[in-house]
Ligand binder design. Structure first.
Ligand code: FAQ
Length: 312
C-alpha cells in the first residue's frame, strides 16, 4: 500500500499539484520541509535583531517609522512560517527548542553586526534583495501552505528591498562625503555575506538534488546566486557604490557577471555557530523566551478560565 501511496504522491508532484497538510507524503519530504520552513521562520525572527539595533537611533521620524514597520513585518513572516511548519505536525515549542538549543539553523547573514546607520539600508538592498531572489521560486513550492505563505512574504519583502535601496540612494545623492563613505563601507561588509546567503555551491549542497526533485526548491543555490549578482551589480551602478570584488566582470559568452572566489571557510564557520554575532543573537532569543514566560502562563490561565466559563 505504501508503494501505491508513494507512486500517487510522485505522480502529483510530477503534475505540479500542491501537496496539502492532510495528504499522504513520504517521511523524508515532511522532514525536509519542517527543516527548511522552521529554519526560514527562525531567520525571520533572528533577523529582527540586527535592524532592531537601530530603531532608537534612526536619523529621522520617517526612517524610524519605516524601520519599525519593516521589523514588525519580519515578525509577521516568522509567524506565518511557524504556522506553515506546524501543519506538518511539529509544534512551535519543538521548533523553538531546536533553535534555542542550537540544533536548528537560521540564516548565516544575521550573525553579522550592524555597525552604522548605512547597514540598515544595506540590509534592505542586499539582504532583502537576496531573500526575494531566493523566495520568489518558493511561491511555487510543491507544499501548499509554504507556497501560499511565501506569496505575501515576497510582496512585503520587495517593499523592504526598495526602502533599503532608496535610503542608500538618498545618502549617496544628497549626503555628505562622510555619509557616502559610510554607505560604501556598509556595502563592503554586506556584499559577500549576502552572496553566501544562497547556501553552499551546488556540488556541496547535500539537500538540493532531492529538494528539486520534490519541487520544494525550484532553482539551485548557484543559479540564484548568479541571478542575484547580475541584478546587484547593475543596482550598484545606479547607487554609485563599488562592489568589493575586483574580479567582477561581464562575461559576454555566458551573458552573466563573473565574480571572485567566495570565502566558504567563513560561511562554514558562521553556520557552525562561530560567526561574529552567533552567541549574542542566540542569547537574545533565549532571553526573550525566558522573559516571556509570564505572558505565556497568563495567556494559558486566561484560556482555561474562558473554557471553564463556557462550560458553566
Ligand atoms: N545560512 O543542502 P543545502 C530572511 C545550511 S532571508 C545558514 O544547500 P538547503 C528575510 C542548510 O540549512 C533568510 N545555513 O540546504 C529577512 C543545510 O544545513 P542543515 C532565510 C545555511 O536547505 C531579511 C546545509 O547548510 N531564508 O530571513 C545557509 O537545500 C532581512 C547545506 O545546505 C530562507 O531560509 C545559510 N545561508 O538550501 C529577514 C529561505 N545556506 O539544515 C529579516 C528558505 C545553507 O542540513 C531581515 N530556505 N545552509 O543542517 C532555502 O531556500 C534553503 O533552505 C537554503 C539552503 C537555500 C537556505
Amino acid at each position: 500500500e505504501e508503494m501505491i501511496l508513494e507512486d500517487r504522491f510522485e505522480a502529483r508532484i510530477g503534475e505540479g499539484d500542491f501537496i496539502e497538510a492532510k495528504d499522504w507524503m513520504p517521511d523524508h519530504y515532511r522532514k525536509t520541509l519542517v527543516r527548511q520552513i522552521s529554519q526560514h521562520a527562525h531567520s525571520e525572527i533572528v533577523g529582527m535583531l540586527p535592524e532592531g539595533n537601530w530603531l532608537t537611533r534612526a536619523p529621522t521620524l520617517k526612517r524610524k517609522t519605516i524601520l519599525l514597520a519593516k521589523v514588525q513585518d519580519e515578525a509577521g513572516h516568522g509567524l506565518y512560517l511557524y504556522s506553515a511548519a506546524e501543519t506538518l505536525g511539529t509544534s512551535r515549542d519543538q521548533m523553538l527548542e531546536a533553535l534555542h538549543s542550537g540544533k536548528a539553523k537560521y540564516s548565516s547573514i544575521f550573525n553579522y553586526p550592524t555597525l552604522t546607520w548605512a547597514d540598515v539600508g544595506a540590509i534592505g538592498w542586499l539582504v532583502d534583495g537576496a531573500a526575494i531572489m531566493n523566495q520568489v521560486p518558493i511561491c511555487r513550492c510543491s507544499y501548499g501552505p509554504y507556497a501560499r505563505a511565501m506569496i505575501r512574504i515576497c510582496r512585503e519583502e520587495s517593499f523592504h528591498q526598495r526602502q533599503g535601496f532608496e535610503s542608500l540612494l538618498t545618502m549617496m545623492q544628497k549626503g555628505t562625503q562622510a555619509q557616502k563613505d559610510m554607505v560604501q563601507d556598509a556595502v563592503n561588509r554586506w556584499w559577500w555575506p549576502s552572496i553566501m546567503m544562497f547556501g553552499p555551491p551546488d556540488d556541496q549542497s547535500p539537500n538540493t538534488a532531492q529538494s528539486m526533485r520534490w519541487g520544494i526548491k525550484r532553482v539551485s543555490n548557484d543559479e540564484l546566486r548568479q541571478k542575484f549578482v547580475d541584478a546587484a551589480v547593475e543596482q550598484a551602478k545606479v547607487l554609485g557604490v563599488i562592489p568589493p570584488d575586483p574580479d567582477l566582470k561581464w562575461n559576454e559568452d555566458r551573458q552573466h557577471y563573473d565574480f571572485g572566489t567566495i570565502d566558504w571557510a567563513e560561511f562554514f564557520q558562521v553556520i557552525a555557530g562561530n560567526g561574529p554575532c552567533n552567541r549574542e543573537r542566540l542569547a537574545a532569543r533565549v532571553d526573550a523566551w525566558d522573559d516571556g514566560a509570564w505572558v505565556r502562563e497568563a495567556a494559558l490561565a486566561h484560556a482555561r478560565k474562558q473554557e471553564q466559563a463556557h462550560k458553566e
